[in-house]
Structure formats: structure tokens, C-alpha cells
Ligand binder design. Structure first.
Ligand code: SAM
Length: 271
């Protein structure tokens, strides 16, 4: 089953457009994609599969590390993400395939050297996804993916005691917009390392490494990310323009030079 907190809305044109613009303006998804690419060891690969590939950021990063004859099949189940991605990333070595990650084994019929999944695996039914990956990977082929820290149950070792941008957004929404925070804030860990380890083993994949990676960014980048309608906060029923007013107010109340840190649990597995 897919996790109940998998975000929906990827097939809306505005989300796809704003997401793609974000990936062009800011390094967030490119940096995490390159991290996966390094771990996947693509120097001698002919074919890689990019799961939950969105607008092709990870596919482009993979191609840059592959031989010139290498190809990437990028799989996503949101047509809008592919429409936008095909405009931005026109490399003919990318094949755009509309499918659920869980159905990768039906979608791909040739042996694959490596599978990557940047910023997406926790939105899928990982039991089905891992089994599909196992059946398309050649022996020795790598499967690398990352899990957002909140979804992997990671906690920051040294948290800045000052309120974060998210804390301020919630406080302003409560103070000025009558917002009531939900009891379940949608970030309960669902894919902790032991869970991932067991699911990989059950799928017939071997865990090679599970690393915690901290990615540093700027508050301006975070503000741009929170402006993508899909990610706008607080969660719930406030209209987008109110959320943006709250975001701008929160941004005014915070030191804009404060660095941000995003944690990932990064998994390298092998068939
Ligand atoms: C945050 S984006 C990541 C895109 C890309 N990997 C990148 O780094 O820019 C997550 C993507 O996962 C896709 N997605 C979510 N659940 C999926 C599923 N079950 N099967 C296929 N794609 C899925 C969404 O449509 C979205 O494009």
C-alpha cells in the first residue's frame, strides 16, 4: 500500500511548472541527484532507470556520469511532470515513460544496470517498488535512493534553538489566520533504516550502505520551495494566496542569512 501521507498534486500543471522552475533556479534536487549518481557507479553502464523521475533532474545527472552511448529511462506517474520535463531536458538519450514505480517490472523489459530514485521512494509502496527493482536489475546492479529525514525518522543532532521558517509559518497562521494545526502533522517516520533493510532483504536486494547526509542550503531556496503550491504550508485548507502571505511574513521575521540543513537517509543496495 502507498503511504497515506504521499503527497498528491504532481499532475497539476502549475505544480509541475513551478517545480521545474525551482530545479532550474536552485541546486536542491540537482545536489541530491548527483549524490545518488556518485553512489550508483555509472561509469560503465548502458542503461539506468530513474524512478519517480519527475521533470528529469536525476536523469540528466545520471547521463552526465554515463558513457556517451548510455541511456536513461525515467519513470513517473504524473503526465504533467513529463510534459514540462520534456521541454526543459531535451537529451535524446532520455526515454520518458509514464508508469507507477510499483509497476516498473511490467514497464521495463530489458536488463538494467542501475536504478536511482531521488526524493520519491517514500511516496511509493516500497514493498512493491523494491520487488520490481529486483526483477529488472542485472546481478550486481545497484539501486540507490534517498529518503527525506522526517520520513526516515532522523532527528537533527544540533537543532538551532531559534524558531525555524516552518515554526514561524505555523505560529503566524495560528495568530493571524485562525489556523488550527492538525494533530497528525504528516511527518511520522514511515521508512526508518530497519524497515528499509528488512524490505530490501525480503525483495532479494543486499544493503551495501545506509548513510545520513546533511545538505546545506539557503533560506531563500527554502522560501522558493515553499512557494511551489504542492509544498506550501501550513497543510490544510488555507488558500494559496494566504499561505504565501504567511510565508512572506515569516520570511520577514527570520534572519535570512541563517543556513538551512536537510537530512537524507541515503541507501545503496545491490542485486
Ligand atoms: C520530488 S519529485 C522528484 C523528481 C526527481 N527525482 C527530481 O529529483 O527532481 C517526486 C516525483 O515522484 C513522482 N511519484 C510519486 N509517487 C509515484 C509513484 N508511485 N510512481 C511513480 N512516480 C511517483 C511524482 O509524480 C513526482 O514527479
Amino acid at each position: 500500500m502507498r503511504p497515506p501521507d504521499a503527497l498528491t498534486g504532481w499532475d497539476k500543471e502549475t505544480n509541475a511548472e513551478r517545480y521545474d522552475q525551482f530545479t532550474c533556479d536552485y541546486p536542491f534536487y540537482t545536489v541530491s541527484s548527483h549524490d545518488l549518481v556518485q553512489r550508483a557507479d555509472l561509469a560503465d553502464t548502458d542503461l539506468a532507470v530513474d524512478l519517480c523521475g519527475g521533470t528529469g533532474v536525476t536523469a540528466a545527472a545520471a547521463l552526465a556520469a554515463m558513457p556517451t552511448h548510455g541511456r536513461v529511462i525515467t519513470i513517473d506517474n504524473a503526465p504533467a511532470m513529463h510534459v514540462v520535463g520534456q521541454r526543459t531536458r531535451t537529451d535524446p538519450r532520455i526515454t520518458w515513460m509514464l508508469a507507477d514505480a510499483e509497476n516498473v517490472a511490467s514497464a521495463i523489459t530489458e536488463p538494467v544496470d542501475a536504478v536511482l530514485c531521488n526524493a520519491g521512494v517514500w511516496k511509493t509502496d516500497t514493498i512493491a517498488t523494491f520487488a520490481g527493482v529486483r526483477s529488472i536489475l542485472r546481478p550486481g546492479g545497484r539501486f540507490v535512493f534517498n529518503i527525506g529525514g522526517g520520513f526516515a525518522g532522523l532527528t537533527a543532532s544540533q537543532r538551532d534553538p531559534r524558531p525555524s521558517l516552518n515554526d514561524l509559518i505555523t505560529a503566524i497562521a495560528v495568530r493571524d489566520f485562525g489556523y488550527t494545526p492538525a494533530l497528525n502533522d504528516n511527518t511520522s517516520p514511515i521508512l526508518t533504516e530497519p524497515v528499509v533493510r528488512e524490505r530490501l532483504r525480503n525483495a532479494g536486494l543486499t544493503l551495501l550502505a545506509a548513510d545520513v547526509v546533511t545538505q546545506h542550503g539557503t533560506l531563500e531556496e527554502k522560501r522558493a520551495w515553499l512557494s511551489i503550491p504542492l509544498f506550501a504550508r501550513p497543510p490544510g485548507r488555507l488558500p494559496y494566496d494566504q499561505r504565501m502571505a504567511i510565508l512572506e511574513q515569516a520570511y520577514r521575521e527570520i534572519d535570512p542569512d541563517r543556513p538551512t540543513a536537510t537530512q537524507w537517509l541515503v541507501i545503496t543496495a545491490e542485486r
